[in-house]
Ligand binder design. Structure first.
Ligand code: MUC
Ligand code: MG
Length: 367
């Protein structure tokens, strides 16, 4: 169970269609595959998605920090010393997705070593989640057409609509068009990625008051402290903090400060060890939770569904587990399948996924 090596492999897989939102856009999955090797010959995997517009990480930076700082700190630890590993990683500030990928690859290796699925080690509440699909910026007709495809092909009936453009009517018209097209046959919520001001956000939410939204997420910046508190006090649906709560301490601060009433948990940024802490905190605070998407590939999505399925609170709402569908290809020997609007966890040990070495060879950037 001793860690002997940690690999950080940069790769790039193009998207068929770019995902655009208020804080940035993604054209290719330029991620880092992390592999934790042990002296038993076990290899655990996970992926780190660099999101400079959210966490300041870059692909080259993730590779460098893993190779030069994190790997030397962890080699020699056993897979059961996850809290020791966490403490050592925490000596370096920031770098959330690099740390999270190492943590999840350690859990994958632990599951493989014990012959047990990670989702069962974490909690084992259920074996599946309903799927929510994120609709990036486009013309209203194109966004409705994409939602139709998701309903027809995958049975997905929950949509997170990206908002935050100006004028706000550009976005509110899309949400209205989706509600008119699908009636009450779909769940809808909005995510502004900090694009609007507090007053624009309230105006938009008021103009969508008849559209039965589930949630509003990060409509304006949390750093706009008083504006955010003012807005959250006036919005009558749970207000999700996403990029403003990358740690448990941030959740506590933002929720107690009146800047959020619900949270997004993203395994891509808090791994399993810290996502578990955040889940327990949310349960104690009585917060709604959504399993979010860091624009994950299939490896990252397998991590998200393993965690989300493990607990009652995280599996209650649809999880954001479908954006890999926009990628032109991926790394797994057996692609994830969304059927009937659900993604089922693998019953195999660890995360239950296997990297296709030919695919990795094709897309890796370091050879
Ligand atoms: C989301 O929920 O915000 C877009 C930016 C980011 O950090 O995550 C994605 C999705
Ligand atoms: Mg978000």
């Amino acid at each position: 169970m001793k860690i002997t090596a940690i690999e950080a492999i940069p790769f790039a897989i193009p998207y068929n269609k770019a995902l655009r939102f208020a804080s940035g856009e993604v054209h290719a999955a330029e991620h880092v595959l992390v592999r934790v090797h042990t002296d038993d010959g076990v290899v655990g995997v996970a992926e780190a998605p660099p999101r400079p517009f959210t966490y300041g990480e870059t692909q080259a930076g993730i590779v460098t920090i893993i190779e030069t700082i994190f790997a030397p700190q962890l080699i020699g630890l056993t897979l059961l010393e996850r809290e020791v590993a966490r403490g050592r990683l925490a000596r370096t500030i920031g770098n959330p997705t690099a740390k999270a990928a190492i943590d999840m690859a350690m859990w994958d290796a632990l599951g493989k070593t014990l012959g047990l699925p990670v989702t069962e080690l974490l909690g084992g509440f259920t074996d599946r989640m309903r799927v929510s699909h994120m609709l990036g910026f486009d013309e209203a007709v194109a966004m409705v057409a994409e939602a139709e495809k998701m309903v027809d092909t995958y049975g997905i009936r929950t949509f997170k609509v990206k908002v935050g453009r100006r004028p706000v009517e550009l976005d509110t018209a899309v949400v209205r068009a989706l509600r008119e097209r699908f009636g009450d046959g779909v769940e809808l919520y909005v995510d502004g990625n900090r694009g609007w001001t507090a007053s624009e956000s309230l105006r938009a939410m008021r103009s969508m008051a008849d559209l039965d939204l589930l949630f509003a997420e990060e409509l304006n910046p949390a750093d706009d402290v008083l504006g955010r508190r003012w807005l959250v006090g006036k919005v009558d649906v749970p207000f999700i903090a996403d990029e403003s709560v990358p740690t448990a301490a941030d959740v506590t601060r933002e929720v107690l400060g009146g800047s959020a009433t619900a949270i997004s948990i993203k395994t891509a940024r808090t791994g399993f060890t810290d996502s578990r802490r955040i889940h327990h905190l949310a349960e104690g605070l009585g917060l709604e939770v959504v399993i979010g998407n860091q624009i994950d590939g299939q490896v990252g999505t397998a991590c998200a569904v393993a965690f989300g399925s493990a607990y009652e609170l995280t599996s209650k709402r649809a999880g954001e587990l479908s954006n890999f569908l926009d990628m032109s290809d991926d790394l797994l020997t057996e692609p994830l399948q969304i059927n009937g609007g659900q993604l089922v966890t693998s019953p195999k040990p660890g995360l239950g996924i296997e990297i296709d070495e030919n695919q990795l060879q094709r897309y890796r950037l370091d050879q």
